[in-house]
Design a protein around this ligand. Sequence first.
Ligand SMILES: Cc1cc2nc3c(=O)[nH]c(=O)nc-3n(C[C@H](O)[C@H](O)[C@H](O)COP(=O)(O)OP(=O)(O)OC[C@H]3O[C@@H](n4cnc5c(N)ncnc54)[C@H](O)[C@@H]3O)c2cc1C
Length: 397
Amino acid sequence: MGVLKVHQDRVNEETAEEMCKMCPFHAITYEGKKLEIGAGCRMCKACVKKGSSGVITYEEFQRPEIDKDAWKGIVVYAEWEDDRIHPVTFELIGKARELAEVNRQPVSVLLIGDKLGKAGEELRHYGVDCIYTYEDQRFLEFKASLYANIVENFVEKVHPSVMLFGATIKGRSLAPRIAARFRTGLTADCTSLEMKSNTDLVQIRPAFGGNIMAQINTPNSRPQLCTVRYKVFTAPERNEGADGIIKSMDIPEEKMKSGIEVLHRVEKPREVDLAEAETIIAVGRGIRTQSDLLMVKELAGLLNAQVACTRPLIEAGWFDARHQIGLSGRTVKPKLLITLGISGSVQFVAGMRAAECIIAVNTDKHAGIFDVAHYGFAGDLYEVLPVLLRQLKGGAK
Ligand SMILES: Cc1cc2nc3c(=O)[nH]c(=O)nc-3n(C[C@H](O)[C@H](O)[C@H](O)COP(=O)(O)OP(=O)(O)OC[C@H]3O[C@@H](n4cnc5c(N)ncnc54)[C@H](O)[C@@H]3O)c2cc1C
């Protein structure tokens, strides 16, 4: 990586005009006797290669070689709130253990909060080597800047090679702050992770609307950071034995500064998270009118299911965004998922393919959804649904 540098002392009317004309993206402008490169620049370097010599040069960033041996272990950031460890924490521990085997690295957990005794004890049952705790009454409320100070302190002391965060509201708020403080990379919303023998983490996530799986590396900086969606990895079984060591960390007072003060807290009614639902009925554009959703909701009531949808139904204003499954929505892993009138686009399937049992209803027998479904009805949902409702209600067939 590098930067384009404009040498203004070599710019005159003639070279400026030449440079402006040459840029295929029209990113170079000349105003007030100053040649500038704007946001449209795509770093094609045509100006360096073909322009007047020495007016614009490309300079590589000089990064000192990182000593990878000085950064060890995989650390999972554990979310702890309202007496509950967020379940994504366990999924990340499971994956971290698998990754750690490649280079025999230790797996640890970082826990920040107030009254951590119960959480620390519980985490000892999941095969981690160490649980680092930062415990203080002032951590009761999540304040991003304060928590970032503490994670920063942890990284300075422990030098982890990898840190995994859940792609939750808190994880998404914390991880970029840490990346910025250590000038290291962060890959958001990973769906897969692999470990190389040189401790480089391969961070894999869909890109370009799900059409490719990007493999992202952070070879020149540490720690390597990523966020991972809930329900992507499998949580390990809880061990009977508890072997992780709990290590209470000193909290430097200068790290306790925060520009955020919580004045009061208003509880939001807790909604059932789609990611945690055991049964989901997902609807797509095969549903003709919004009022037809009543039928779907009735079915959901009978099956004790949550109703979800594809993106076009969010765009139509029929649901709020929390109901969307897919690449730009939620990832779900229910025991049963019934899809009604959904074609099975790559973006939708990316969020649901791990469901244990998928039943699809679609009039088009060639629809892509049948490639991932375990059971399929090539038929009209308006014929299938009434029959299903009657049967579930114990009525005539
Ligand atoms: C960057 C990007 C991100 C995206 N993210 C997401 C995402 O997270 N989630 C998402 O869902 N989409 C996402 N999309 C949109 C995605 O590409 C598809 O457009 C969308 O998933 C299609 O939704 P659908 O299956 O409801 O509609 P369609 O593709 O129009 O399919 C409707 C299906 O209903 C069937 N049908 C019609 N009538 C009946 C009937 N009476 N009975 C039974 N079947 C019937 C049809 O045969 C058809 O297969 C994204 C797109 C982009 C570009």
